[in-house]
Design a protein around this ligand. Structure first.
Ligand code: NAD
Length: 347
């Protein structure tokens, strides 16, 4: 049943948008507007089925509610996925059609970049909707959120290394990076500068070669990266990388990365805890990008202030670990309760 999907009951509304002229098929999921308009990126991806796309949109938009709440942003959670058309397509026209769908929600949902979408796509949509962010502007704050996401993951790793591994600095700390994309590459730069020793994998061999040359990273295969002999694992590719198959082989004692929905199921978070592995929940750690586009959208963006706000992710990691000790639970479950307690309608 469509309304019986695991995440569906919790969503305020879901728009299925189509435009035969451009081939647009998009799902815009508004999970919650309790804290404010639903804010979350738009993903362009090839899905095996329409149901898989719907599930992704529902899971991701719920995650945005939790992420925005924990980051204390005055926004609710939403997300959009565009099913990538087969073959060649007119990209500006496709995004214009998507932008019109965003506009039709009249501000209930605000979009930005995600996997598969670019600053140019966002800029193009400005002609048809005002509910879009992540746009580079001359002399003003804005644009690609991924460096800010990477900074948030970096400070979370620093805090986790200190509090969980007893390492006051990242000098010599071994970090495995799964995915050297927009976020993963910036994260590799921050980690390298801090003296961490990197092990890296990406399906794109060229990115791995560049990381070996630039950061002295050790290459690993895509199949082996999660089980690398390291202190910290940073999943920065796609979701569900922490699952029944991978968890038993993980050797890192701390996990903190950018990828959304890293845990395939809540039970995988419990399994990590039983193995003595501290998993810092993705939506706490990877909020840097949404903080950036949210501040840009409100016209409040200024580089140093946004970096400082993203830096507060380290304090939240510390608070989470204190809450975990008191609750005798897992970080994933405690973060979930903490975020949900903030999903309340704002005055
Ligand atoms: P991206 O597409 O630029 O990078 C992903 C990288 O992972 C690519 O280089 C890809 O080749 C690689 N990859 C894919 N499958 C892999 C596998 N099995 N093993 C190793 N590498 C693999 O995306 P991004 O913007 O860097 O985002 C990465 C993750 O972080 C995504 O899950 C995204 O939703 C999440 N995220 C991104 C942001 C942001 O600001 N960009 C913010 C929050 C969360």
């Amino acid at each position: 049943s469509l309304f019986g999907l695991p995440e569906q009951a919790a969503h305020e509304r879901v728009l299925l948008a189509t435009d035969p002229a451009t081939g647009l098929k998009a799902i815009l999921a508004v999970h919650s507007t309790a804290r404010g308009p639903a804010f979350g990126g738009c993903r362009l991806w090839h899905y095996d089925s329409e149901l898989a796309a719907l599930n992704d949109a529902l899971r991701l938009s719920q995650g945005m509610s939790l992420k925005n709440a924990l980051a204390d942003l005055p926004f609710g959670g939403g997300k959009a996925v565009i099913l990538k058309p087969e073959g060649s397509f007119d990209r500006p026209a496709l995004f214009a059609a998507f932008g019109r769908a965003v506009q039709s929600l009249q501000g209930a949902y605000i979009t930005a970049e995600d996997v598969g979408t670019t600053t140019a796509d966002m800029r193009g949509m400005q002609a048809v909707t005002s509910y879009v962010s992540g746009i580079p502007r001359e002399g003003a704050f804005g644009g690609d959120p991924s460096p800010k996401t990477a900074w948030g993951v970096f400070v979370a790793i620093q805090a986790g290394a200190r509090l969980v591994l007893g390492r006051p600095s990242l000098d010599g700390v071994r970090v495995a990076l799964q995915g050297l994309g927009a976020v993963g590459w910036h994260l590799a730069e921050f980690l390298h500068k801090a003296g961490a020793r990197l092990v890296v994998a990406d399906v794109d061999a060229g990115k791995v070669e560049r990381a070996v040359a630039q950061f002295g990273a050790a290459p690993a295969s895509v199949a082996d990266i999660l089980a690398a002999d390291v202190d910290v694992l940073a999943p920065c590719a796609l979701g569900a990388s922490l699952n029944e198959q991978t968890v038993p082989a993980i050797r890192a004692k701390l996990i903190a990365g950018a990828a959304n929905n890293q845990l395939a199921t809540a039970a995988d978070g419990d399994a990590l805890q039983r193995r003595g592995i501290c998993y810092l929940p993705d939506y706490l750690v990877n909020a840097g990008g949404i903080i950036s586009v949210a501040r840009e959208y409100r016209g409040e963006g200024e580089e140093a202030a946004v970096m400082a706000e993203v830096g507060k992710i380290a304090e939240r990691v510390e608070e989470l670990l204190q809450r975990v000790q008191k609750a005798d639970s897992t970080p994933a479950r405690v973060a979930d309760d903490w975020a949900r307690s903030k999903l309340v309608r704002q005055g």
